[in-house]
Design a protein around this ligand. Structure first.
Ligand code: C2E
Ligand code: CA
Ligand code: CA
Ligand code: CA
Length: 279
């Protein structure tokens, strides 16, 4: 009899400890991994639902660790969010993407707008805007979209809210496109839809799943797309895996889609050839 079968509490503790050890391992390796360029920028295509052409991409991080192997964001992002390292990683990702887009523009390769995830932690960082201004001056904000998750808009204090709104207005002023990510996944303060110059509404995959065969949720999804349009936003839905989902979203007037139906996240070189064929 294995120990955990005899004593479930013991098993639970062992598993907890393993997880805790993995997490502190991650933390001890993070800085070295960044300087050794172990973090990779992968790209997932975004499609126009009407023309079925690739019209953009989202940059997603992958970690090819010498010590830990190949890691998905779910394994390390939560830790980086809690220890603050995420801001460094996000800057690394963003800088790489802006550099790549600029390089492709200069060499005449096909370009689509690329979105990059930005942690909510940036909003309260002193040097964020100055750094973004420098990036913009150096590479240009053209074709760069910043994805801010819905939860980035839960503010602890009115001062934090004011500051974050200021930051977002400034980013928009600089020419970055702003997208509200995972929309519909939480309980957001809808007044932010009026307080922030948002260009894109990105509907969370959970809503698409909930609408599967459920009339009432289909109505919610359809009205959400209308809401985005009424506010002048481009609407994209994530997590499209089937033609049926695509067809439903198209019938509701959704502009763009992202999901395995069109392509999984892929390394940069692979996305570059993908683009040649699907643009
Ligand atoms: P997200 O921003 O919501 O990104 C979409 C996630 O859904 C990606 O997971 C993507 O691979 C997955 N996905 C896309 N299409 C489908 C589909 O059709 N079906 C299913 N089941 N899943 C799909 P991934 O790459 O594992 O990233 C997970 C999350 O990690 C992201 O969720 C994002 O919140 C975070 N993340 C990734 N890269 C970064 C980054 O550079 N910075 C920050 N701050 N967060 C990041
Ligand atoms: Ca995202
Ligand atoms: Ca999501
Ligand atoms: Ca998302």
């Amino acid at each position: 009899l294995a120990l955990h079968e005899a004593n479930p509490i013991c098993f639970y503790n062992a598993e907890m400890q393993q997880k805790a050890e993995f997490q502190s391992r991650i933390e001890s390796l993070q800085q070295g991994a960044l300087s050794r360029k172990e973090f990779e920028v992968w790209y997932q295509p975004k499609y126009d639902l009407a023309t079925r052409k690739c019209i953009g991409a989202e940059a997603l991080v992958r970690w090819r660790s010498r010590e830990l192997g190949f890691l998905m964001p779910g394994q390390f992002i939560p830790r980086f969010e809690s220890n603050g390292f995420i801001t460094q990683l996000d800057f690394y990702m963003l800088t790489h993407v802006m550099e790549t887009v600029k390089e492709r523009r200069t060499t005449g390769l096909p370009i689509v707008p690329v979105s990059v995830n930005q942690s909510r932690l940036h909003m309260q960082e002193k040097n964020y805007l100055a750094y973004m201004q420098r990036l913009k001056t150096y590479y240009g904000a053209e074709d760069i979209e910043l994805e801010l998750t819905e939860t980035a808009f839960d503010f602890d204090t009115p001062e934090m809210r004011e500051h974050a709104l200021h930051v977002m207005h400034e980013l928009h002023e600089m020419g970055f496109r702003l997208s509200i990510d995972d929309f519909g996944s939480g309980y957001s303060d809808l007044t932010i839809l009026n307080a922030i110059p948002l260009d894109v509404m990105k509907i969370d995959r959970s809503l698409l799943l909930a609408a599967n065969g459920a009339k009432r949720m289909q109505a919610v999804l359809a009205r959400m797309i209308d809401l985005g349009h009424a506010l002048g936003m481009t609407v994209i839905c994530e997590g499209i895996e089937t033609r049926e989902q695509e067809e439903m979203l198209r019938s509701y007037g959704c502009d763009h889609g992202q999901g395995y139906l069109y392509g999984k996240p892929m390394p940069e070189a692979e996305f570059s050839s993908f683009l040649e064929q699907h643009i």
